[in-house]
Design a protein around this ligand. Structure first.
Ligand SMILES: [Zn+2]
Length: 171
């Protein structure tokens, strides 16, 4: 798997002008959202919708993934190129440090240390649906022509040390 090198300064990726923050390449407007605020939303959803909140979060994440992919929208993008896009997006969005590896069986493993979406979440052994899982699913749906299965092997909200997402070609 290729090692990507990123510019290290945020100002190489973002423009900030009079309270308006924009991604340089696509001119999309950004706003900052703290991990703490995210945790409050997550907690609120689970409080009101119980286990159904997992499905709501997953669908929110899928929409984000589809939207992120819309700039690069090319059905049939090679998986390697897709991973570069994903790596860049997650890096600059501050979602956590992601390491991607490919196994001999062709499966792709994304391991995220300090996942922003799962950080400080209350540990629930039955929790599913790490936000990044939904984002990856959404992006795959948009960009990759052949069917792939995306699953969550580990998640910090279940008490695991890191979040581990697996992408596999569907058979
Ligand atoms: Zn997670």
């Amino acid at each position: 798997m290729g090692i990507l090198s990123f510019p290290h300064k945020l100002e190489e990726y973002f423009d900030f002008d009079e309270g308006v923050l924009r991604e340089r390449q696509y001119k999309h407007r950004f706003f900052l959202f703290s991990v703490r605020d995210w945790t409050a939303i997550r907690k609120g959803l689970f409080k009101h919708f119980g286990s159904g909140a997992g499905l709501i979060l997953l669908n929110m994440a899928r929409s984000v993934g589809c939207e992120l992919a819309s700039e690069e929208k090319k059905a049939g993008m090679p998986l390697q190129k897709f991973l570069d896009v994903l790596a860049t997006r997650t890096y600059y969005a501050g979602w956590g440090s992601a390491v991607m590896t490919e196994n001999d069986d062709g499966s792709i493993h994304i391991k995220i240390k300090d996942c922003a979406f799962c950080d400080k979440a209350e540990v629930d052994p039955n929790a599913t649906g790490c936000f990044v899982l939904g984002v990856v699913q959404g992006m795959i749906d948009q960009l990759i022509e052949s069917p792939h299965v995306v699953r969550e092997e580990k998640c910090q909200t279940r008490g695991d040390r890191l979040c581990h997402i697996v992408i596999q070609r569907a058979v």
